[in-house]
Design a protein around this ligand. Structure first.
Ligand code: HEC
Length: 184
């Protein structure tokens, strides 16, 4: 899955990543070299936001398709197109049934195996120009809107930590382990 390497290997925001080595070194090396400081829990919490496919790590909050339409129009459409059809950012809507065709179109709807990792990706990486700026409610909402636009959830859907993991993505079974040694 493309997201594995690109997303989960991604480090924390700059400030947190700068303090991480100090904690990794154990006792803190500020005495010897005068650099680094132990990472505190607040900085760690900001970095530690991964959501697993099974929904582990999803935050409190909720969002609706209707609210998501507003978030998308205000904060995403300029790059991904009004209806998520793509622009300077990837297409996020459409492509259903094209993966096995000669011209596969990979989108959130056609390609992504989990709705939970969609939440994770948007929360940590989008908007591209202001990552981690969305509230949990906004991420739930815009995820709901994208799933609705892809025909995966009905219009009156509310998503939260309980309901999001239950969303079944069309390409859920489309990924297979890669047996090549050293392959991701
Ligand atoms: C300034 C332009 C810009 C804005 C604004 C923006 N995006 Fe993106 N988005 C991108 C780019 C560029 C990529 C590809 C990033 C990459 O591959 O590293 C992307 C990738 C994505 C992907 C992954 C698509 C895929 O299948 O690979 C999702 C999902 C996404 N954006 C959702 C959103 C949402 C939701 C918002 C609004 C909250 C948003 N984006 C706002 C530019 C933008």
């Amino acid at each position: 899955m493309f997201a594995c390497g690109a997303v989960y290997a991604d480090g924390p925001p700059a400030a947190a990543s700068m303090s991480a080595p100090a904690s990794a070194s154990g006792s803190g090396n500020s005495g010897k070299y005068g650099i680094g400081k132990p990472i505190d829990n607040a900085a760690l919490a900001r970095w530690n936001i991964d959501v697993s496919p099974d929904g582990h790590g999803l935050p409190a909050g909720s969002g609706t398709v209707a609210a998501g339409a507003h978030v998308f129009a205000a904060k995403c459409a300029m790059c991904h197109g009004k209806g998520g059809e793509g622009g300077i950012g990837d297409p996020l809507v459409g492509g259903a049934g094209t993966l096995t065709s000669a011209t596969p179109k990979k989108t959130v709807g056609s390609y992504w195996p989990y709705a939970t990792t969609l939440f994770d990706y948007i929360r940590r990486a989008m908007p591209y120009n202001a990552p981690e700026s969305l509230s949990a409610d906004e991420v739930y909402s815009v995820s709901a809107w994208l799933l609705y636009m892809n025909g995966i959830v009905p219009e009156h859907t509310t998503l939260d930590a309980k309901t999001l993991p239950r969303v079944r993505m069309p390409n859920r079974e489309g990924f297979i382990p890669d047996p090549r040694p050293g392959a991701l």
